[in-house]
Design a protein around this ligand. Structure first.
Ligand SMILES: *Cc1c(COP(=O)(O)O)cnc(C)c1O
Length: 370
């Protein structure tokens, strides 16, 4: 491994393969696998990851917004791509790139039917989302007859799948609620398919759904976080390998006298005569938000924890290395798969792995390890 000389996000495709195979081992042979690669594949590198998973013969991809799907098409992704959050303004790029919209309410359904009829589309693939308790996006159960009547009146679109999304699949205290969502989805799917006359694919599980609700995998599952190496629980995370490591170097070391302060607004003041700090070349513009400041977050240098001192700056953080034997130019680990995972670091600051990893900004160089 070459010496780290700047802030980098190392992405290990072998770990990705391991996670994919672990999650797949939980599925029946004919259950399809959709990889959620929204938000740059959770801050990693959507093009590299999607192409790699495509080579591993993944069935489907999902992105949040149409422009993310366009970028995948331009990078050579040919598998079907579901756009989870369809907006009318993107209908044209969506169809031009053969992306498959989620239609989640009457307005977007009717607008998409009108648009695809005007383009003389024939059976353009679409997906219908039902709200079963998350109360975010989706039709309600009593919309079934309305949707089916609209679908029967047009040849321009065809339903490839019906889906829903679980609100608390990682929380076993919410098992009754989740089973209620799954039951509601089954009821909806049966009445929908019965009225429609054909059987679209069904899917409801995200990563934690796959792991905690094996009887609810239906025809396809949608995994994001698990592919990237986090299982939303200690037990499941132990089977997975975080694919990304955020590393940097020490730019400068300072000796801080008693009473001196460090950083903006002087939130840290030394009360010992010999505090030593290291300045690192990454800050909130790189995705280490201000919530990690003032001791909430830490990095690892030569195997030892160095807490963040003072406020996080835009382009730098300072860490306490008083008890660490290190020098300028030494490597620093912010998170990886061994010493500190993104899940652990995020929890220290009161947030979740999803937020930390998707925040790593595009300024940070991605290094792919094959
Ligand atoms: C983001 C997302 C997923 C993936 O969830 P993970 O917990 O990361 O596996 C699945 N389905 C929908 C609708 C999503 O928005």
């Amino acid at each position: 491994m070459p010496k780290v000389q700047e802030t980098i996000l190392e992405i290990d495709l072998n770990a990705l393969k391991h996670n994919f195979e672990y999650l797949k081992s939980k599925l029946k042979n004919n259950t399809k696998f959709l990889a959620v690669v929204k938000a740059f594949a959770y801050g990693n590198d959507a093009n590299e990851i999607a192409n790699y998973l495509q080579d591993l013969n993944i069935d489907y991809f999902a992105v949040a917004y149409a422009n993310e799907g366009v970028a995948l098409r331009q990078a050579g992704v040919t598998k079907p791509i579901l756009v989870l959050h369809t907006l009318k303004v993107n209908f044209d790029i969506l169809i031009e790139n053969h992306l498959e919209p989620n239609l989640y309410n009457a307005k977007i359904l009717n607008e998409f039917i009108a648009f695809s009829e005007a383009r003389k589309e024939n059976h353009y693939p679409i997906h219908i989302k039902f709200n079963t308790g998350l109360n975010r996006l989706g039709f309600w159960e009593n919309d079934v007859d309305y949707i089916v009547s609209k679908l029967k009146a047009t040849k321009a679109i065809k339903v490839k799948s019906l889906f829903s999304h679980l609100a608390a699949s990682e929380d076993l205290n919410e098992e009754a609620f989740t089973n209620g969502q799954i039951g509601a989805f089954k009821t909806i799917a049966e009445s929908f398919s019965g009225a429609l006359g054909y059987q679209p694919m069904l899917h409801i599980c995200n990563t934690s759904g796959v792991l905690n609700y094996p009887d609810a995998h239906f025809d396809m599952v949608r995994c994001g976080i698990g592919l990237y190496g986090y299982g939303n629980s200690e037990k499941e995370s132990a089977h997975l390998k975080p694919i990304a490591s955020l590393k940097t170097v020490i730019s400068q070391i300072h000796h801080i006298e008693k009473g001196e302060s460090v950083g903006y607004n002087r939130t840290y003041k030394s009360n010992t005569p010999s505090t030593k700090t290291a300045t690192l070349p990454l800050g909130h513009a790189d995705g280490i938000s201000r919530i990690y400041g003032n001791g909430k977050g830490f990095v690892t240098i030569n195997g030892k924890k160095a807490p963040i001192v003072g406020n996080v700056c835009m382009d730098m953080i300072m860490v306490n290395i008083t008890d660490i034997d290190c020098k300028e130019g030494d490597e620093v680990v912010i998170f990886d798969g061994k010493t500190t995972t993104a899940e652990t670091l995020a929890e220290h600051a009161g947030t979740i792995s999803y937020e930390l990893i998707t925040s790593i900004s595009q300024r940070v160089k991605r290094v792919i390890i094959k």
